[in-house]
Write a protein that binds this ligand. Structure first.
Ligand code: CAA
Length: 284
C-alpha cells in the first residue's frame, strides 16, 4: 500500500496518519475544516517531535513521515488511494455520509475502505457504498503510535481478499498485532473495557470511592498503566459515551447504559484530556 488516505485528523486519525507515513506510504489526510486540519497537523508534529526526543523514532524516519503527509479539505484528493481509513467522530450518520462520499470518489474498485469505528456495525457503513465487499473495520487503539493492537472486523459481506490484504497491511506495513472480531457492537476490546469504565464512573457517582482512589486502586493493585477514570479522559468522555450507547442499543443490558454523570459531563463539554478537564484536570 503506497497510497493511503485518512479521513479525520482527531486523536485517532492523526495517529493512524502518523504511523502510515512513518511506514513509508504517501498519505493524504482529509478534514472537514481548516481549524480541525491545523490542529491535527500540530498533534502529529508534537507526537513526532516527542518520539524523536525519547529516542523511539530516528530523526530520518520522522523527516520522511513529514514529507509523506499531505493535508487537504477536498475528498477528491482521495481519488487514487489504495486504502482509506475513516476516523471521524463516533457518530453513525456522519460516518455513513463519509462512506457514501468515499464510494463516489475512490476510483480503484479494489481499494480498501476501512473504518476505525469502536462500535458502529461495519455492515451499516458497508451498505452506504456500492462495494460492501471492500469495507472492513480496522480498529486502532489510543495512542495509536504506541499501542500495538488492531482489531479487524469483517462484516457479513466483507470479501476474504479484503480481510487478507487488510491483515497484511496492519502486520507487515504498520507492524501491528491483529486480532479479529465478529461484527458486534464493541468488538472484543470495548465489549470488555467499556463496562469496566462505566463501573468506575458509577462508583464515583455513588460516592463509593474518590476518583483518585479508584485510579490508584487499579494502577497499584492491578498494575494497569492508568486507572479507569484517567483512561476515560484519554479516550474522551464523548467517545466513551458513544460506545456505551452503541453497546446498550445492541445488547440492552443495564450495565452497558451510560451513567448520568457521564452524560452530564459530556453535555457540559468536559470531554477529558482533549478539552482540558474530565475526571481530572489537564490545564497547566
Ligand atoms: N511513536 C512511538 N513511540 C512513542 C510515540 C510515538 N509517536 N510517542 C510516545 N512514544 C513512546 C514514548 O517514548 C514512551 O516510551 P518509553 O515508555 O519506552 O519511554 C512510550 O511511548 C509511552 O509514552 P509516554 O511518555 O507518553 O507515556 P506514559 O508512560 O505516560 O504512558 C500511555 C502513557 C501510553 C497512554 C500509557 O499510560 C498507556 O498505555 N495507557 C493505557 C492506554 C489504553 O488503554 N489505551 C486504549 C484506550 S481504548 C481505545 O483506544 C479504543 C477505543 O475504541 C475506545
Amino acid at each position: 500500500m503506497e497510497r493511503v488516505g485518512v479521513v479525520g485528523c482527531g486523536l485517532m486519525g492523526s495517529g493512524i496518519a502518523e504511523i502510515a507515513a512513518r511506514a513509508g506510504a504517501h498519505v493524504v489526510v482529509v478534514e472537514r475544516d481548516r481549524a480541525a486540519l491545523e490542529s491535527g497537523r500540530t498533534r502529529i508534529e508534537k507526537s513526532l517531535t516527542r518520539a524523536v526526543a525519547s529516542g523511539k523514532v530516528p530523526e530520518g524516519e520522522a523527516e520522511g513521515a513529514r514529507d509523506h503527509l499531505n493535508f487537504s479539505l477536498d475528498y477528491g484528493d482521495l481519488g487514487d488511494r489504495e486504502i482509506v481509513v475513516e476516523a471521524v467522530a463516533e457518530n453513525e450518520s456522519i460516518k455513513i455520509d463519509v462512506f457514501r462520499t468515499l464510494d463516489a470518489v475512490v476510483a480503484d474498485p479494489l481499494a480498501i475502505l476501512a473504518t476505525n469505528t469502536s462500535s458502529i456495525p461495519i455492515i451499516k457503513l458497508a451498505m452506504a457504498t456500492k462495494r460492501p465487499e471492500q469495507v472492513i473495520g480496522m480498529h486502532f487503539f489510543n495512542p495509536v503510535p504506541v499501542l500495538k493492537l488492531v482489531e479487524l472486523i469483517s462484516s457479513l459481506l466483507t470479501s476474504p481478499d479484503t480481510a487478507e490484504r487488510s491483515r497484511a497491511y496492519c502486520t507487515e506495513h504498520l507492524s501491528k498485532r491483529v486480532i479479529t472480531s465478529p461484527d458486534r457492537a464493541g468488538f472484543v476490546v470495548n465489549a470488555l473495557l467499556i463496562p469496566y469504565l462505566l463501573s468506575a464512573i458509577r462508583m464515583l457517582e455513588s460516592g463509593f470511592a474518590s476518583a483518585e482512589d479508584i485510579d490508584v486502586g487499579m494502577m497499584v493493585g492491578c498494575a494497569h498503566p492508568m486507572g479507569p477514570l484517567a483512561l476515560t479522559d484519554l479516550i474522551g468522555l464523548d467517545t466513551t459515551m458513544a460506545v456505551a450507547e452503541s453497546l446498550y442499543e445492541e445488547f440492552k443490558e443495564p450495565h452497558l447504559a451510560p451513567p448520568p454523570l457521564l452524560s452530564r459531563m459530556t453535555q457540559a463539554g468536559l470531554m477529558g484530556r482533549k478539552s482540558g478537564q474530565g475526571f481530572f484536570s489537564y490545564r497547566s
